[in-house]
Design a protein around this ligand. Sequence first.
Ligand SMILES: NC(=O)c1ccc[n+]([C@@H]2O[C@H](COP(=O)([O-])OP(=O)(O)OC[C@H]3O[C@@H](n4cnc5c(N)ncnc54)[C@H](OP(=O)(O)O)[C@@H]3O)[C@@H](O)[C@H]2O)c1
Length: 338
Amino acid sequence: MKQIVLRAYPQGAPRAEDFAVETLAIPEPSAGEVLLKTYWLSLDPLIRFALDEQRLTGRAQVRPGEVVYGGAVSRVEASNAAGWTVGDWVEGRIGWREYAAIDPQLVPLRKLDCQAAPPSAALGLLGMPGQTAHACMIEIGRVKAGETVVISAAAGAVGSIAGQIGKILGARVIGIAGGEAKCRAVEALGFDACVDYKSPDFPQKLKAHCDGGIDVYIENVGGPVTDAVLPLLKYQARMPVCGFIAYYGIGLEGPGPDRLPGFMRTIMSKGLEVRGFGGALTAGPEALEDLAGWYREGRIKLTEAVVEGLEQAPAAFAGIFSGNSHVGKLVVRVADDQ
Ligand SMILES: NC(=O)c1ccc[n+]([C@@H]2O[C@H](COP(=O)([O-])OP(=O)(O)OC[C@H]3O[C@@H](n4cnc5c(N)ncnc54)[C@H](OP(=O)(O)O)[C@@H]3O)[C@@H](O)[C@H]2O)c1
């Protein structure tokens, strides 16, 4: 079997060379363990948090030589654990490897119903990113019909689902994404418009779409995108801080001047509600029921970008931070599930 380990802590944006492929024997499950075969891997920006030498955010930490941490969908191949049967489909933080012997008491696994949706959906729409999008729009953002919502990283897993939830709630939804092709793909999901943050007149274009001001800004990014959004926020706008990908890998302070004074002034003078959260914890299993219902009814699309083969995971992961052409949830097909 193959697995991907961390070769060296990434400095700034991760590169494919920060990882290495290892070949080893398929493990034997011990008492209390299941042997899992991986079919799908989830590539998430949050994995970057686990790759810092000094832990800044999150609980997981991967050291050089260790298997990269990450969500996966697998099937039970052998079981020495009560309650787990050969053939069960499961999702959990199984890591970037083709097989894993895991004690489900130590690594929580979720059993999947693969009749309702394909197995990979458990990593996107019907998993953590779906729950996070639900939390952005419902629990934290409290989006109402008629409101104007702006979503950054709109072509990503969370943003693409959040925008579709916004339309179900009756809001006007404006996405922000990198490049014209991504923006058109976002609009094809039902967003009212999507603005390319890489175009030179991005702030003016965004303003033109948000004439009456923004009620809710779903923050996934930071940097110049946020600079363009802040002046357009209405008084008492809500700003769920889901992520800040432009700052991953720059530590706690970053290289620039201290911009906090201006941000504090904006928060106070606009009465902003800025609220961070963990999506899966905030939205819980009920969110998955909502999402599964909307999917069944054809009100929300399952949008995935598929990369073929475990060995491609490092380059595809690096691409999240350096510009890619993917729209929807980025997954790696490790084995054919048909
Ligand atoms: N709070 C939580 O529980 C939680 C859970 C899941 C995700 N998140 C966060 O939510 C955000 C989106 O996650 P996701 O799963 O949707 O990720 P994703 O599917 O990998 O999409 C991320 C997108 O971010 C954009 N991006 C990358 N660097 C950027 C930059 N410097 N400036 C502007 N855009 C940039 C890229 O799109 P472009 O090509 O358009 O630039 C990329 O496609 C991330 O910040 C992530 O960490 C939070």
